[in-house]
Design a protein around this ligand. Structure first.
Ligand SMILES: CC(C)(COP(=O)(O)OP(=O)(O)OC[C@H]1O[C@@H](n2cnc3c(N)ncnc32)[C@H](O)[C@@H]1OP(=O)(O)O)[C@@H](O)C(=O)NCCC(=O)NCCS
Length: 245
């Protein structure tokens, strides 16, 4: 299941019906804005979120973080009977934000881009977006982060653009999976493997107890030129809809 560049739409008016089981809504935005837009974004985020953004090492990263926190609240509020500033997040044992009575969701940002995946209530979903930076697609990085099956599959791609694209498909699918299960890097990255195949995003093996590889589905997302992105969910993914905020 893929979401291509041409499939992004203007969102419908609020409120938006929550996605049905096996449906995922994706939201994309650029984390940039004018001074008034920045002040408006600060106005909807929490004191904790503001403090986290203000602690970041550069003003650019701080501003992007403010826009990302606001983006998440503004998107989720479309599905909820509450104002963006009134949303109260809970956090899982490994830091994954969730809403006990709201839709399943997950946020990812890279550079000045951000993506949010929204699913049915209780759905376990993860999303990841990464800037395609050839300097990172090295054998050393793959050896450090990828499972043996992934390193072997990657070696089957021709050196150059093909291997670089395969590298970022593996990277984003891996990240989307560890974010879907909510463990982040507490989940050892060699405890499972994802495919690099452009046509068949999937878990190729799982060494995680009680997590068979076929319990999870993936979608590839073309959201911004120069970025690779993937979404992962427990169960089937039947439809992907994309909205540009
Ligand atoms: C915590 C982690 C989920 C963050 O990943 P990331 O790629 O740095 O950042 P992303 O932008 O995709 O996701 C960050 C968002 O995910 C959410 N998040 C935080 N903890 C999470 C968790 N345990 N599970 C799922 N989502 C989580 C938050 O909304 C967070 O936003 P915030 O930082 O603005 O609060 C984790 O996977 C990580 O640190 N990865 C590092 C990357 C890496 O080394 N990957 C190895 C190659 S596969």
């Amino acid at each position: 299941m893929n979401l291509r560049a041409s499939q992004w739409k203007t969102p419908p008016g609020s409120p938006i019906e929550r996605p049905a089981d096996h449906a995922i809504h994706l939201w994309r935005t650029r984390l940039i804005g004018t001074e008034p837009q920045y002040e408006a974004a600060r106005g909807v985020i929490s004191a904790t979120e503001k403090a986290r953004a203000d602690r970041l090492i550069s003003p650019t990263l701080g501003r992007r973080s403010v826009f990302a926190f606001a983006f998440l609240r503004l998107v989720l509020a479309r599905y909820l009977p509450v104002e963006p500033a009134a949303i109260s997040f809970e956090t899982g044992p490994f830091g994954k934000p969730f809403l006990p009575d709201g839709p399943g969701f997950n946020l990812s940002h890279s550079g000045d881009t951000a993506l949010i995946a929204v699913g049915a209530q209780g759905s376990e979903i993860g999303v990841d977006i990464e800037e395609v930076n050839p300097k990172r697609a090295t054998h050393d990085i793959a050896a450090r982060f990828f499972a043996p099956e992934e390193i072997a599959e990657l070696a089957g791609y021709a050196e150059g653009d093909d291997r670089e694209s395969a590298f970022f498909r593996i990277w984003t699918r891996k990240e989307a999976f560890i974010k879907a299960i909510g463990k982040g890097l507490a989940q050892p990255l060699d405890s499972f493997a994802v495919s690099a195949d452009i046509h068949a995003p999937r878990l190729t093996c799982s060494r995680i107890e009680h997590e068979p590889a076929d319990a999870w589905s993936f979608g590839d997302i073309t959201a911004f030129e120069g970025f690779e992105a993937a979404v992962c969910a427990r169960g089937r993914i039947q439809t992907l809809s994309g909205f540009t905020a």
